[in-house]
Structures are given as C-alpha cells and as structure tokens.
Design a binder for this molecule. Sequence first.
Ligand code: NAD
Ligand code: DAU
Length: 338
Amino acid sequence: MRKKILITGGAGFIGGNFVQYMVNKYLEYDIYNLDLLTYAGDLTKHKEIEDKKNYFFIRADIADRETILALFEKEKFDYVVHFAAESHVDRSITDPGVFVRTNVLGTQVLLDAAKLTGITKFIHVSTDEVYGELDFDPTTFFTEETPLQPNSPYSASKASSDLLVRAYHETYGLPVNITRCSNNYGPYHFPEKLIPLTISRVLNEQKVPIYGDGKNIRDWLHVFDHCAAIDLVMHEGVIGEVYNVGGHNERTNLEVVKTIINVLGKSEELIEFVADRLGHDKRYAIDPTKLEKLGWKPKYTFETGIAQTIQWYLDNKEWWEQVISGKYQKYFEKQYSI
Ligand code: NAD
Ligand code: DAU
C-alpha cells in the first residue's frame, strides 16, 4: 500500500521546500499539500512537480473542522507533517487574533481529525521562539528541557499549539513528534523576513531597516537542512519526543545584513536603523545534540548557505517581484476535491 502523507502549509516557505523534497525523494509516497493560500502561500513554486503522479494540492483552511474531518475520513493519512501557520512576528504584534485562530485552533482541528481516523505519526513543526529569549552569554543554549516562555503573540500561539500536541499524546496516546527549529533561510523565503527582505531591497538599491541597534542574535539554518531533519524525525523520531533543530550559526542582525550587502557588492549606507520591534527577543541559540544523536548533521554553514541563497534570489527575481506585488498564481487547476 502506498503511504499517504498530508503536508499542511506546503505552499509556504519551509512547507513548500519540504513538499518538493518529499515528492522528489519518495516516489512510493503520495504527497497531499493542504494550504489555504494566504498572502504567504503561492503555488508557482511547485510548477516543476505539479504534474507528478504522487502530488496532490488541496485548498483548505486547517481551522475548517467540517472540511478537515471529511478529508481525513476519506484519505486515512499515514502521516501528517504540520507546517501551516501564521509565521511573522511583526504581523502578530499588529493582529494577534488570526494567529490564535490558525496556529492554535487550526492545530487542534488537525489533532482531532488525526485522533478520530488514526495515524502512524503527527509531526508538529514548531519553533525555538517558544523558549523565549537567551541573554548574550554564548555558552547558553535552548535544549528540549528549556521551559516554554514565549514573548510575542506569534510564539505564544505556537507554544499553545505545542502544548495541545503534547496533551493529545499524553491523554489520547496520539503518536506525535514536535520539532523546534531556529531561523530558516533559503529559496522561496517570503520577502517580509530579514534575509529575503534584505536581499530584495539591496538588489533594488532600497534602504534596509534594522530594528534597534542590530545586536539581536538569531541562529540561522538553511531550509534544506531543516527538511532533512524533519524527514529523519518523521521516520526515526521516538514517539512523544521533542527535537530541537539548529546548526550553531549565530549571527547578529547587523552581521547578516552586512554580509549580504558585501556579497552583492553594494554600499553599507543602505542600512537604516529604525525603531525596535516591541518585545524584541535578544538571542536565540539551539543545542541540537539530541537530533544529532538520531543521525542528523547540517550540510550548510552560514557562509555556504547564504551564498547559495543570494544566488537563488539573483536567479529568481521574477518570483520575488511577483510575491512582493501580490500578483502570482493563486489557484491550481488540478485541485483535489474533498
Ligand atoms: P510561511 O508563512 O512561509 O507559510 C505558511 C503557509 O501556511 C502558507 O502557505 C499559508 O498559506 C499557509 N496557511 C496559513 N494559514 C493557513 C490556514 N488557516 N490553513 C491552511 N494553510 C494556512 O511560514 P514558514 O516560514 O514556511 O513556516 C512554516 C512553519 O514552520 C510554521 O509553523 C512556523 O511556525 C515554523 N517555523 C518557521 C521558521 C522560520 O524561520 N521561518 C523556523 C522554525 C519554525
Ligand atoms: O526562530 C524561528 C523563527 O524565525 C520562526 O519561528 C518565525 O516564523 C520566523 O519568522 C523567524 O522569526 P524572527 O522574528 O526571528 O525572524 P525575522 O526575519 O522577522 O527577524 C529576524 C531578526 O531581524 C529579528 O531580530 C528582527 C530583525 N529584523 C527583522 C526585519 C523583518 C530587522 O532588524 N529588520 C526587519 O526588517
């Protein structure tokens, strides 16, 4: 029997890369990409795979209980890999409600559907932001035992969804894993986030806004390394466990922006310091030891990863210009119907 894998949020950045990775790697699996196609979802990225026999697209809202239950009853998925979310911290500061609806209620609907129809495993893709922030002591890291102390409405909604996933495992025995990854970058990153925003602005000779003094630290991981980590957790992760994902690539925001400007041969005068983000977390840094023991090792350093990413943005200007202007393919002709 062919295995059925439901990937939610597969029209977005990480979910989109993961859909392509799975469709190409596992010809023996049927990959169902379920996405609402919000501002962050686009299907043009899947033109190379949309005709493959093992790929299906479903336009649906994860918070739409009736539709989701009907879909799970019909397909009896073996795995769910759950990426769909509102993902941008700045948007959560101005409009927290949609974050609660999608990230908390949407996750609970998926958990209910998986519980009712049975599943081999539910993989919940979470974030290191649920742990809150670290200070600048470079010897401190987030481990899987670090208490959850989310600071933004986004991270609070993700932490809430993590707790629901945990509760469905403890209460109903639902087979789950939770992954908590550091900041991703790479192809198809929506140009509202720091790295793609910087690349697109520098290429257009526009100012790059840096919040506060630019000394906040993020731990960057190439999205292809994140995809490989989720694949490993899906197949080898111990049921009920949490796995942190990160590659020890800490950089200040100022370092990241200067690196991009220098690689593109532009002037650092493009940098503009602006008002700080409310509740701006100082530093994130992951201890990935548990995942490394499972057999994961990242392929990219920050230097090789950022070079690959900048080249990708140079080669795919049409994609990010379309995304910025909102003029991209919203619908998919061969849409699956429930
Ligand atoms: P993204 O914003 O690029 O994509 C999110 C996708 O979810 C979009 O395609 C959107 O259309 C879809 N979506 C939103 N609401 C939906 C709904 N109600 N129903 C169905 N689909 C819906 O996000 P991303 O950066 O790819 O992040 C994916 C996941 O990974 C998120 O859960 C995020 O919390 C987590 N994560 C992201 C990072 C990062 O650095 N970007 C790091 C760690 C974890
Ligand atoms: O750590 C994982 C998280 O990484 C994910 O869970 C989130 O979905 C993802 O958006 C990302 O969150 P951040 O807030 O860290 O990413 P962002 O790219 O928005 O910001 C990175 C850093 O850069 C942060 O310190 C804020 C700063 N920044 C961001 C923007 C957009 C700026 O200085 N200027 C900017 O214009």
